[in-house]
Design a protein around this ligand. Structure first.
Ligand code: FAD
Length: 422
């Protein structure tokens, strides 16, 4: 049997009749239902999602939807009719409160109990909050469609947006707010935007990009409080005592795995000091424990090549996990896991693309183009000069060639020689 999925592949086995319950109606949950059906699964599939909206994609939230260039419907992943046609039962506004692994059942917040043969945990992550200010009008996070629409509405009247956190999400929202003509201040305790992920050189380029577009950068500063007037946010105070006025504030300080509902269960979680902390601890096929799998942002899968648990908050990983886990549930040959993580980030007119693990680098080399032109491929290497990741913009073909070098765990010198010879 090959790694390819063919419809009906699983139809002969008992596995094909299993009742599969999926918790989370985000991209991972929907992709898992698709993958199960594509692999020939004939049994019941039930999806429980706590949000009220039909399943939608998140990357457009901080880009086209906030900018108002897309209506929310365009980000929809599946309509209810499409899911019904695939014989997938979707329950919206249905939060799962707990799971009993021994009894093979989940309990909804409503008290209803639902039995399963296989359970897929696809509950994603939730936005991290600061210890202050979140109750105030004008303070936002950016995780859900409702979050994006609330900030969009606020920006119709607000003049000055303060973005706390210069990660990819904060940077994308800052870029959209500038395109809407808002005054924007972006604040981060690190010295450069996205520094943890992209390193100093690309971080400097992103800082220049935002300055060029008129963003006021307050880097190297934390926020100590959010100021308000009668319950409405009016600004933030920085750790050096200065106040930045703002009538809209985005808190973009990362996310934490949505596992609160699993705390009373025996589902294993990664321990706080491990990378991917707090995620569901899975083997390299996504299995967490008997008949329970975890996929997408919430899942920390064992990566045999790195010999560690890896939790990735990227859209493509959700799809890859879903395909691999569906095959494992059905007892089919798993697809290869832990391909190269991929993410993109749109800021102004550039689309940054990243493959692999650039954050784990010891060396940095621009191998194509130039950072100053914002058209480049940068290669990130480990201590042995092995390529661990790449980041680039505007050089699609070259990026694809270098992506293969990341997949092959190629040594940079050898890769360069090969490229010169080709
Ligand atoms: C604004 C934004 C922009 C992004 N941009 C990019 C990008 O440009 N490129 C990229 O690669 N990635 C991007 N991402 C990340 C990408 O969207 C995620 O990796 C992807 O959504 C993960 O899918 P998921 O299904 O695992 O989790 P989620 O999308 O978080 O979905 C999980 C769902 O489960 C629900 N849920 C949680 N707990 C329960 C429960 N107990 N019961 C029922 N339902 C529950 C949640 O409400 C949620 O709807 C972005 C994310 C955001 C928020």
């Amino acid at each position: 049997m090959t790694g390819e999925v063919s419809a009906g592949e699983a139809s002969a086995g008992d596995a094909a009749a299993k009742k599969v319950v999926i918790v989370g109606a985000g991209p991972a949950g929907i992709a898992a239902a698709d993958a199960l059906r594509a692999a020939g699964h004939a049994g019941e599939i039930l999806i429980f999602g706590e949000e009220r909206h039909t399943p939608y994609d998140r990357p457009p939230l901080s880009k086209q939807i906030l900018a108002g260039t897309w209506l929310p419907e365009k980000a929809q992943l599946r309509t209810s009719e499409e899911l019904a046609a695939a014989d997938v039962t979707l329950h919206l506004s249905a939060r799962v409160a707990s799971v009993d692994v021994d009894a093979h059942q989940v309990t909804l917040e409503s008290g209803e109990q639902v039995a399963y043969d296989a359970l897929i945990l696809a509950s994603g992550v939730t936005a991290r909050q600061l210890p202050f200010g979140h109750h105030l009008d004008g303070v936002h996070v950016m995780r859900t469609l409702d979050d994006a629409l609330a900030l969009q509405t606020n920006l119709e009247t607000a003049q000055h947006l303060a973005v706390i956190g210069a990660g990819f999400l904060g940077a994308e929202v800052a870029a959209v707010a500038r395109s809407l003509g808002k005054e924007v201040t972006m604040i981060d305790p690190l010295e450069l935007p996205m520094q943890n992920v992209v390193g100093d050189e690309v971080g400097s380029m992103i800082a220049d990009l935002h300055r060029h577009h008129g963003v006021n950068l307050e880097l190297g500063h934390g926020v100590t409080s959010i100021e308000d007037n009668l319950g409405r946010a009016t600004g933030v105070t920085l750790d050096d005592g200065r106040t930045v006025s703002a009538d809209a504030i985005l808190v973009a300080v990362g996310a934490r795995p949505a596992v609160d509902w699993l705390q009373s269960s025996s589902v294993p979680l990664t321990v706080p000091k491990e990378p991917g902390a707090g995620g569901v601890r899975c083997d390299s096929s996504g299995r967490a424990t008997d008949d329970v799998w975890a996929i997408g942002d919430v899942a920390a899968w064992w990566d045999p090549t790195q010999k560690r648990y890896v939790r990735v908050e990227h859209r493509q990983t959700a799809n890859e996990h879903a395909r691999s886990c569906a095959r494992d549930i059905l007892g089919l040959t798993p697809t290869p896991t832990m391909t190269v993580p991929y993410f993109w980030s749109d800021q102004y007119d550039i689309k940054l693309r990243s493959f692999g693990f650039p954050s784990r680098h010891a060396g940095f080399h621009v191998v194509e183009g130039a950072l100053g032109d914002r058209k480049f491929v940068a290669v990130y290497t480990d201590e042995s000069d092995r390529i661990v990741g790449i980041i680039g913009a505007g050089m699609f073909k070259a990026m694809n060639w270098w992506r293969q070098q990341v997949l092959d765990r190629q040594v940079l010198g050898e890769a360069l020689l090969e490229k010169q010879g080709s």
